[in-house]
Ligand binder design. Sequence first.
Ligand code: GSH
Length: 218
Amino acid sequence: MATVKVYGPTMSTAVTRVLACLLEKEVDFQLIPVDMAKRQHKSPDYLKLHPFGQVPVFQDDSLTLFESRAICRYVCDKFAGNGNEGLFGDGLLARASIDQWLEAEAQSFNPPSSVLIFQLAFAPRMKLKQDEAAIEQNEGKLAKVLDVYEQRLEQSRFLAGDEFSLADLSHLPNSHYLARTDRAHLLTSRKNVGRWWAEISSRPSWKKVLEMMKSPPK
Ligand SMILES: N[C@@H](CCC(=O)N[C@@H](CS)C(=O)NCC(=O)O)C(=O)O
């Protein structure tokens, strides 16, 4: 089996979503750095791989893919018999529930949490002025989403059911940054969301991603 390739820096949330998935599936991969500070992701060569000039890009033999959630779905199907075999469900009903919560992550959780982590975690590092109105507005939006999660997680251990799935995994990157800001209480003040966040962020796959974030490949 040829080693798959992932292009992008480990500080990127979309890149770490793919890395966590590959680690859960125990698929060997090569991580290829992309220097975003030098705008390598907008270079003509890189744009041939990703026409929108973003990270990550994933390659498996002749296949080149972008969009982290599409990459994760592909990895789960291509390597169905590897590692965590139930990560993307083991039948129609389980898959439908996982897909539903994956979409909830992409459509409801990701938009406000992305704005919050950009404003609270990345803007200060980039020496950019924080937009207080955007913070307040998106904190409110995310709180409403997490109220729904709280009800769901009162009924089931994980979002799509009793097993950890791709739907839970997909929340790890943004939650990781959010948990390191002064809005961490959005996750931790809700009993069931807090319990869920503690459990999913303790996965060995995610701990390995955190190690890779600390010591990225050169
Ligand atoms: N929906 C895309 C989002 C990719 C994305 O926004 N990547 C960011 C880094 S996390 C990026 O490349 N930003 C640079 C840019 O958009 O120019 C995915 O999930 O792969």
